[in-house]
Design a protein around this ligand. Structure first.
Ligand code: ADP
Ligand code: ZN
Length: 607
C-alpha cells in the first residue's frame, strides 16, 4: 500500500514533470503529505519546494490549495502548470469578475488539481464557503516565514491562517520556507498550529553558487566589468540600497550596452510590473533593484546576483543570492564592499526609531555580515555555520579559489588608532588618513596637524590601503564613527589593548582590484557541469531562438517551455527520435506531445 503511493509519486515526477529522480527530502515529504500528514519544509531557494505540494495534490483526491502572497506571479505559475498538463487556476485581486466565477465553478465541479489563492482572499467568507463545497487534497502554505513578525516579509494576513486547521481539521497542511533560522522555524510551527507537523530540514548549501566579495573602488564600473567579463548576454539581478542608486545604476548599465531595467517600490506600479514581466520573459535582462524585488521570482536561469551595497544581515544576503542558479547550473553571487558600507549600515541602525533591544539585534546581525565580508577562511563555511550547519572548505568561493593573505597588522592599526587619538577624535576618515600619509592639505595646515607626532608615520601605505585597514578596524570594533559629530572617528574600549601592545591584530592584506583575467577569468573548471562544444553551443543557441519564438506565441516566460538545463542536455545528446527526447531531464509527456516533433526535426536539420 505504501509502496503504491511512492511508486505513483515517482511515476508522476517522470511522466508529468519529466525529471528522472527526486532530490534530497522530496520523496519523503511527498510520501508523508500524500498519506495525509502535516509537514513543515525548510529548503533553500531552488531546492525544489513546489513539487513537495504539487505531486501530493495530484496523488490525492480533490484540489490542492496553495496559499501564496505573490499574486503577481500566480499567472505564470498557472501557465507553467498548464504547459505540463496540470489543471491549475488562481483567485486573487488582479482578476475580473468573470474569471473569478469561472475559477469558482471549476473548484465546485472538482475540475482542478491546484488552486493558488492570496491569503487575504482565502480568509473571506465567500472563499471559505467555496472550499467547504468541494473536496480538498491539501493546503500548502508557501513563503511561510511571512508569518514571522520579526522578519522583513511579515504579512499580517498570514497569522490568521491558523483557522485553516480549525475549519478543515482533516485536510493535511504543508508549510514551506527558505528562511533557515531556528527562531523563524519555531514561530511558523507555533503560529500556524503546526507543532505536531513533521519537520523536514534540508541542507542549506547551494553548491553551484560561487560566492565572491571584492573591495569596492568604483562599484558601478566594477559591476559593469563583472557583467561584461563573466555574464554577457545572461540574466542577473543587481541589488542596491536606495531607489536613487537603482535608477542611476540602471541608467549607467544601459548607457554601456547592458539590457538593464530598474525596479523599486517607489516606481509606478505599472512600470514596475512591466519590468518584472520582461525580466521573467526574456533571456538576458539585468534587473537593478532594491530588495523589494525578488521574493518568489522562480526564474531558474538567473546567472548572477550582484550586491553594490552591503546587506543588513546574512539572512537577507542568503535569500537574495539564492535567487541565482535555481536550475543547478553555475551562478555567481558577487558583492562589492567597502568602508562606506560599514559606516552607512551602522548609521542606519543608530538613526532608526527602533528601541534599544531591536538595535542590539540589528547590530549583531550586521556584525555577522561583516564577519563574512572580512573572513580569511571559506565563505561558504561561514554562511552555513550561521545557519547551524557544519561543513568544510568548498573550493567554490573567492577565498578558497584565491586565498587572501593575512598579515600581522598590529603596527599599522596602532598607527591608525593613535592618529585618531591625536586629532582628539574629532575628525573623519579622509582627514585622519591625510595626517597618517603626511598630506599637506588645507585642513592639516589649518589645524596644525603637521606638528603631530603621528603626522606622516603612514606615508608608505597608500590611501586605498589605509581605507581597507580602517574598514577592518571598524568591523572589528576598535573604531566607531560618530554620526552626530560629522562622522568623526572615535576609539572604543577594545582599542586600548591594541594601543598598549597587549593584543596583536591580523588583517586581510589589501589586494589591488585586478581586472578580471580575460573571459571567465580565473574560473576553475565548473563543478556542476562541463561546458558545451562549439557545435553543441550552436545547437543551444538555435534552441534558444526557437524557445523565444514559441514562448512569445504562447504568451508565457521562456523558461516555462524548457529550462536552459534541459536545452543544454538536448544540445549534448542530440536526440533523433521522440523516444530519445523522452529521456532528457525536464521533458515530460505533455511537453513531448506539444514540442517533441519540432525539437527532433530541428536537431535533424542541424546535425
Ligand atoms: P524552490 O521553490 O524551492 O525555490 P522550485 O520548486 O522552484 O524551488 O524548484 C527549483 C527548480 O528545480 C525548478 O526549476 C524545478 O523544476 C527544479 N526541480 C525541482 N525538483 C527537481 C527534481 N527532482 N529533478 C530535477 N529538477 C527539479
Ligand atoms: Zn569556499
Amino acid at each position: 500500500m505504501s509502496d503504491r503511493i511512492d511508486n505513483e509519486a515517482l511515476s508522476i515526477l517522470q511522466s508529468v514533470f519529466g525529471y528522472p529522480a527526486f532530490r534530497g527530502h522530496q520523496a519523503d515529504i511527498i510520501g508523508h503529505v500524500a498519506r495525509g500528514g502535516d509537514a513543515l519544509v525548510l529548503m533553500p531557494t531552488g531546492g525544489g519546494k513546489s513539487l513537495c505540494y504539487q505531486i501530493p495534490a495530484l496523488l490525492r483526491d480533490g484540489v490542492g490549495v496553495v496559499v501564496s502572497p505573490l499574486i503577481a506571479l500566480m499567472q505564470d505559475q498557472v501557465d507553467a502548470l498548464a504547459e505540463l498538463g496540470v489543471r491549475a487556476a488562481f483567485l486573487n485581486s488582479t482578476q475580473d469578475f468573470d474569471a473569478t466565477l469561472r475559477t469558482e465553478r471549476a473548484v465546485r465541479n472538482g475540475d482542478l488539481d491546484l488552486l493558488y489563492v492570496a491569503p487575504e482572499r482565502l480568509m473571506t467568507p465567500r472563499c471559505l464557503e467555496l472550499l467547504e463545497s468541494t473536496k480538498l487534497a491539501l493546503f500548502a502554505i508557501d513563503e511561510a516565514h511571512c508569518v514571522s513578525q520579526w522578519g522583513h516579509d511579515f504579512r499580517p494576513e498570514y497569522i490568521r491562517l491558523s483557522i485553516l486547521h480549525e475549519r478543515f481539521p482533516h485536510v493535511p497542511r504543508i508549510a514551506l520556507t527558505a528562511t533557515a533560522d531556528p527562531q523563524t522555524r519555531a514561530e511558523i510551527a507555533h503560529r500556524l498550529q503546526l507543532d505536531d507537523a513533521r519537520q523536514f530540514v534540508s541542507s542549506f548549501d547551494r553548491p553551484n553558487i560561487r560566492y565572491q566579495i571584492v573591495e569596492k573602488t568604483n562599484a558601478r564600473k566594477q559591476v559593469l566589468d563583472f557583467i561584461r567579463d563573466e555574464h554577457a548576454g545572461e540574466a542577473g539581478v543587481v541589488y542596491c540600497l536606495s531607489r536613487k542608486k537603482v535608477e542611476e545604476t540602471a541608467e549607467f548599465l544601459k548607457a554601456n550596452g547592458i539590457d538593464a531595467l530598474p525596479y523599486h517600490a517607489g516606481m509606478d506600479i505599472a512600470d514596475r510590473t512591466a519590468n518584472q514581466a520582461r525580466f521573467l520573459r526574456e533571456d538576458a535582462i539585468v534587473m537593478v533593484a532594491t530588495i523589494a524585488f525578488g521574493m518568489g521570482i522562480d526564474k531558474p536561469d538567473v546567472r548572477f546576483v550582484a550586491h553594490l551595497d552591503l546587506p543588513k544581515s546574512i539572512e537577507g544576503y542568503y535569500q537574495e543570492t539564492g535567487r541565482g542558479g535555481r536550475d543547478g547550473l553555475p551562478a555567481d553571487a558577487w558583492m562589492a564592499y567597502g568602508l562606506q558600507d560599514v559606516v552607512q549600515q551602522r548609521r542606519m541602525i543608530e538613526e532608526s526609531e527602533a528601541d534599544e533591544t531591536f538595535k542590539r539585534v540589528q547590530n549583531a546581525k550586521l556584525d555577522a555580515m561583516l564577519g563574512l565580508c572580512e573572513t580569511l577562511s571559506c565563505r561558504r563555511v561561514r554562511l552555513l555555520d550561521y545557519f547551524g550547519q557544519a561543513s568544510g572548505p568548498c573550493g567554490n568561493c573567492d577565498v578558497c579559489l584565491n586565498p587572501p593573505v593575512a598579515f600581522d597588522a598590529t603596527v599599522q592599526v596602532q598607527k591608525l588608532l593613535s592618529a585618531i587619538y591625536r586629532v582628539d577624535q574629532r575628525f573623519g576618515a579622509a582627514h585622519v588618513i591625510d595626517v597618517l600619509r603626511g598630506a599637506d592639505s588645507d585642513k592639516v595646515k589649518q589645524w596644525r596637524h603637521d606638528q603631530l607626532t603621528t603626522f606622516g608615520i603612514g606615508a608608505d601605505t597608500s590611501e586605498a590601503e589605509w581605507r581597507a585597514i580602517l574598514r577592518q578596524a571598524i568591523a572589528l570594533g576598535f573604531v566607531v564613527v560618530d554620526h552626530d559629530a560629522y562622522n568623526a572617528l572615535k576609539l572604543t574600549e577594545e582599542a586600548r589593548p591594541v594601543l598598549r601592545g597587549q593584543q596583536t591584530v591580523q588583517l586581510r592584506e589589501y589586494q589591488k582590484p585586478a581586472k578580471a583575467k580575460g573571459k571567465r577569468g580565473g574560473r576553475a573548471a565548473p563543478r556542476v557541469e562541463a561546458g558545451l562544444t562549439d557545435e553543441e553551443q550552436m545547437i543551444f543557441e538555435r534552441l534558444r531562438n526557437w524557445r523565444f519564438e514559441t514562448a512569445r506565441k504562447h504568451n508565457v516566460p521562456a523558461y516555462v517551455i524548457f529550462h536552459d538545463a534541459t536545452m543544454r542536455e538536448i544540445a549534448k545528446t542530440k536526440p533523433s527520435s521522440l523516444d530519445d527526447l523522452r529521456h532528457v531531464s525536464g521533458v515530460g509527456e505533455k511537453k513531448l506531445e506539444t514540442y517533441g516533433d519540432e525539437i527532433v526535426s530541428l536537431i535533424a536539420e542541424l546535425v
